[in-house]
Design a protein around this ligand. Structure first.
Ligand code: BES
Ligand code: MN
Ligand code: ZN
Length: 503
């Protein structure tokens, strides 16, 4: 999607469709029942021509002002645009860039389903212009993605060109738009990878996609196979990979910009299980098809590395993805087996379906060996995090408060929802083993936390963040601003987080 900044008057823009946000300015009145409340709807623009063209429609009572409601007018007199799309954004008092991202996504989805390929979005004046531009561009990219690749009748309708109508310093706004475009495209790149079924996204194919991307954006990328995994003594990673006929891949992407300080070195480690059957502790058939998205953490790191390479912050970053299938077979590991991780810790395998933490254990340790001073991992790690937080918040775990605070600000900027979960030492008793150093499953209760406790054993003293995106990496339903399917969660926060180290 090509993005352009325009400082002209909205009414004078020639476009397939002008898009304006409708906001409700009604103050809460004490003695009025909910059903008798009258919205006071206004178009969020300083252009009187746009306001007056929408005035009759807004006064008609047909528009409720509920978030994401859309109304399309044709041939709006006094405007040069062919159409005017009104997207409601709820309360004027509450609107933030978080909402604006979704409103932009909803506008894209409303227009592209009508076959429209370009439009101009009026940035609401109440949000600082640069922030608004970023939110609109990112949200528009999110809305532009549809997962139905393999449908013979896929329409592949996409918005090709977006103009943002705003005011301020044009070159600063253009810079913001370009950066947001890189982020939006990288998020969709990640979603592309996650969307592919496991027969079309094996560890080898995932590694090839990472290599190709790395070449395009100028990253170093190495891919290692079974021999190297064994040579590195990655006994935890290999214990999962040994059960599959598909060769595993250890993907290492390096971003080392000229002029970056020696330290910090940020390590982004992703779970890349291209299909999770559960292994010998096999999962029930119902819903197993969803386990193609068990590589979302890895895909997020590959997409984040893409964005970082293009945005060029002055900080070193290493991206590591541990990619393999988790299969039952005659070669598969069995419950009760003991494995020695790369760090030397012994692990009693209680449940072969707790495989994500095994591959990440070695991924995290390897990142530290490569010199990473700060670690972030992302993984569709547990069903338990979905029980705890549902589909709206990713789980965030940290062994270091400074690290958490930094990530939290990145989160807020990026407009992604994550909720911190506890990681007290008391939980460690759940992963004690009678035969080895630790077990790989802490059982049912607090499952997201005991999984994180397991990972903490391998991050040790290195400042570390763990993101459990099992509930947020896949949209179970379509929303006005996003299709059903892969969400690309965490990529934007990761990029903001990395940027925060570059000053
Ligand atoms: N990949 C799953 C977690 C998952 C569940 C991701 C639902 C997305 C949606 C993970 O490997 C897994 O199987 N976890 C087990 C852990 C248990 C055996 C300790 C789980 O959550 O049931
Ligand atoms: Mn599993
Ligand atoms: Zn898994």
């Amino acid at each position: 999607m090509k993005t352009t900044i325009s400082l002209s008057t909205p009414a004078e823009l020639e476009t397939e469709s002008l898009v304006a946000v409708v906001l409700d300015h009604a103050e809460p009145a004490p003695n009025v029942k909910e059903k008798d409340k009258k919205p006071q709807l206004k178009v969020a623009t300083n252009d009187p021509a746009v306001q007056s063209v929408a005035a009759d429609l807004l006064a008609s009572g047909e528009v409720t002002g509920k978030p994401f409601e859309t109304n399309l007018m044709h041939r709006p007199v006094t405007l040069m645009a062919k159409r005017l799309l009104l997207v409601s954004g709820g309360s004027a008092k509450k609107i933030s860039s978080y909402d604006l991202r979704r409103i932009a996504g909803a506008a894209v989805r409303a227009l592209k389903s009508r076959g429209i390929r370009s439009f101009a979005f009026i940035a609401p004046p109440s949000i600082p212009a640069e922030e608004a531009v970023r939110a609109i561009v990112e949200g528009a990219h999110v809305g532009n993605f549809d997962p139905d690749y393999y449908r013979s009748d896929r329409k592949d309708q996409k918005i090709d060109a977006l103009t943002i109508v705003t005011s301020g310093d044009k070159s600063a706004l253009e810079k913001a738009a370009n950066e947001a475009q890189v982020i939006g495209e990288s998020q969709n790149f990640t979603r592309d990878l996650v969307n592919e079924p496991s027969n079309r996204m094996t560890p080898t194919i995932l590694a090839d996609r990472a290599k190709k991307m790395s070449q395009e954006v100028g990253l170093k990328c190495e891919v290692y196979g079974a021999d190297k995994i064994k040579e590195l003594k990655m006994g935890a990673f290999w214990s999962v990979a040994q059960g599959s006929d598909e060769p595993p891949a250890l993907i290492v992407m390096r971003y080392e910009p000229a002029g970056a300080p020696e330290k910090p070195v940020l390590g982004l480690v992703g779970k890349g299980i291209t299909f999770d059957t559960g292994g010998i502790s096999i999962k029930p058939a119902d819903g197993m098809e969803k386990m193609k998205y068990d590589m979302a953490g890895g895909a997020t790191m590959i997409g984040a590395m893409r964005a970082i390479a293009l945005l060029k912050p002055k900080v070193k970053v290493i991206g590591i993805v541990c990619a393999t299938e988790n299969m039952p077979s005659g070669k598969a590991q069995k419950p009760g087996d003991v494995q020695i991780a790369m760090s030397g810790k012994s692990i009693e395998i209680i449940n072969t379906d707790a495989e994500g933490r095994l591959v990440l254990a070695d991924g995290l340790f390897y990142a530290r060996q490569l010199g990473c001073t700060h670690l972030v991992d992302a993984a569709t790690l547990t069903g338990a995090v979905v029980v705890a937080l549902g589909y709206n918040n990713a789980g965030i775990f940290a062994n270091d408060d400074d690290m958490y605070n930094r990530f939290h600000s990145a989160n807020a900027k990026a407009g992604e929802k994550m909720w911190r979960m506890p990681l007290d030492d008391e939980y460690k008793e759940h992963i004690r083993s009678g035969i080895a150093d630790i077990v790989n499953s802490g059982g049912r209760w607090g499952g997201a936390i005991t999984a994180a406790m397991f990972l903490k054993e391998f991050a040790e003293e290195t400042p570390w963040i763990h993101l459990d995106i099992a509930g947020t990496a896949w949209m179970e339903d379509q929303k006005p601003w996003i299709a059903k399917g892969p969400s690309g969660i965490a990529l934007r926060s990761l990029v903001e987080f990395v940027k925060s180290f570059a000053g």
